[in-house]
Design a protein around this ligand. Structure first.
Ligand SMILES: CSCC[C@H](NC=O)C(=O)O
Ligand SMILES: [Zn+2]
Ligand SMILES: [Zn+2]
Length: 421
């Protein structure tokens, strides 16, 4: 393939074509590709780590390092995840794994926005800044990480990485992780995530003939809860609709499954009222939410024992750091990295929107938990928000501008010599 073009765009397309979507992400091919790319860039140290809890699943993590001239200063980490959520090819206008470039200059692919764009932009930026005739070795060391499993919680990825000796030895002072697109001219930046709770509520009740009217059936008990939770959801949603709060500033409660009934070969037995019923909810809490109050609401209203109900929170994302403070990275003068970051974006001709909380969650939480300031940032503006959606795409011009933004950020952060303690 001598005469096949090798450009930032074709390199991005090649990364997008590697099938790293769950449930069977091909991490090996992705790591091989990224390693090969890193080898073509001067001065990069390359290391592969692994923190998988299962010997049957290879979950490598790639770490690249551009050493700084003053290794005693805390270093900077640029993180992205290798994995993507699944895609339903029949529902896309282009194959989600073909990375088709359209005549309008859009690249369609699963991962185009979330977040293979930033993974490749980091590499292009590391390549470009060193080509600059005025290039000086950075003062602070720059690390770039490619982690597995973010989309499924990061338990075998970033969560274990931050607990490792390898991580502690990096002496990281500041991290940039993924953010989201903006639909206007300003780049969005995220200083916190909402914490996810997976809530399962279960009802028991009297069974009986389908024709009978009686009190305290499992379905009646469960549906009473669904009604109350729907009311709470509406109340929170109204705060958003009325413009009083952003989506990410309220508690969201969304039903994700319902399970009840007596199965039969043709579906369900229609004339039996079941003795058990259950429902699952995706609940998200802003970092300053009163989690005790939500717990009380669950025990008293949503799953009260007097209505024969029980509940389980099967997953609870962290709300506090190791000192008990909410998981937020300051965006004021108490955090010197904030203005260095902001100035670097401005120097590249970019504008930042007012910092926000991310409605979902990323691996950023694991660094915030151990006290490392972290922002979520993906330099994509004037772009519809298509992460996890059909027809995810990114415009070439937006992608290329993002590389310039990272060049400025890498230069700005790595040459910052101020006190960050
Ligand atoms: C419970 S960890 C799941 C992480 C996932 N992150 C991106 O979408 C999310 O649902 O926010
Ligand atoms: Zn992501
Ligand atoms: Zn995602």
């Amino acid at each position: 393939h001598q005469n096949e073009q090798d450009t930032p765009i074709t390199r991005f397309q090649r990364y997008l074509r590697i099938k790293t979507a769950h449930p069977t992400p091909d991490y090996t091919s992705a790591i091989n590709f990224l390693t090969q790319q890193a080898q073509s860039i001067p001065n990069l140290q390359i290391k592969t780590l692994s923190f998988s809890s299962s010997p049957h699943h290879i979950k490598p993590l790639l770490l690249l390092t551009l050493p700084g001239s003053n290794p005693s200063l805390p270093s900077i980490l640029f993180n992205s995840h290798i994995d993507s959520v699944p895609a339903e090819p029949d529902k896309w206008i282009h194959d989600p794994f073909a990375a088709t470039l359209t005549p309008e200059g859009k690249i369609y692919a699963r991962g185009a926005q979330d977040d293979k764009c930033i993974g490749m932009q980091y590499l292009e930026s590391l390549r470009n800044i060193q080509k600059d005739p005025n290039f000086k070795m950075p003062i602070r060391t720059i690390h770039v990480s490619y982690v597995p499993d973010e989309e499924i919680g990061g338990f075998d990825g970033m969560m274990k990485f931050v607990e490792s000796k390898e991580f502690k030895d990096l002496n990281i002072g500041f991290m940039l992780d993924e953010g989201q697109t903006s639909i206007n001219d300003e780049f969005r930046v995220f200083y916190a995530d909402r914490a996810p709770w997976n809530l399962v509520i279960k009802a028991k009740g009297n069974p009986g003939h389908g024709s009978k009217l009686f009190d305290n059936s499992a379905m009646e008990n469960l549906m009473k809860s669904v009604e109350l939770m729907t009311k709470f959801r509406e109340y929170q949603f109204d705060l958003v609709k009325d413009g009083l709060k952003m989506t990410s500033e309220v508690i969201s409660v969304n039903p994700v499954y319902l399970k009840a009934g007596t199965p039969s070969p043709t579906g369900f037995v229609m004339n039996m009222q079941p003795s058990e019923a259950e429902a699952g909810f995706d609940v998200r809490l802003p970092p300053t939410a009163d989690s005790d109050m939500l717990k009380r609401r669950i025990t008293e209203e949503w799953a009260p024992a007097i209505r024969n109900m029980t509940y389980e929170i099967t997953h609870k994302g962290p709300l506090r750091d190791y000192t008990g403070r909410p998981l937020v990275t300051p965006t004021n003068s108490s955090n010197p990295w904030w203005s260095v970051f902001e100035q670097a974006v401005i120097a590249a001709g970019g504008k930042l929107a007012k910092p926000e909380i991310l409605a979902s969650t990323t691996d950023a939480k694991y660094l915030r938990q151990i006290g490392i300031p972290t922002f979520g940032f993906s330099p994509m503006k004037n772009t519809p928000i298509l992460l996890h959606d059909h027809n995810e795409y990114l415009e070439v011009s937006v992608y290329l501008e993002g590389i310039k933004i990272y060049e400025s950020i890498m230069k700005g952060l790595s040459s910052f010599e101020g006190d960050t303690s």
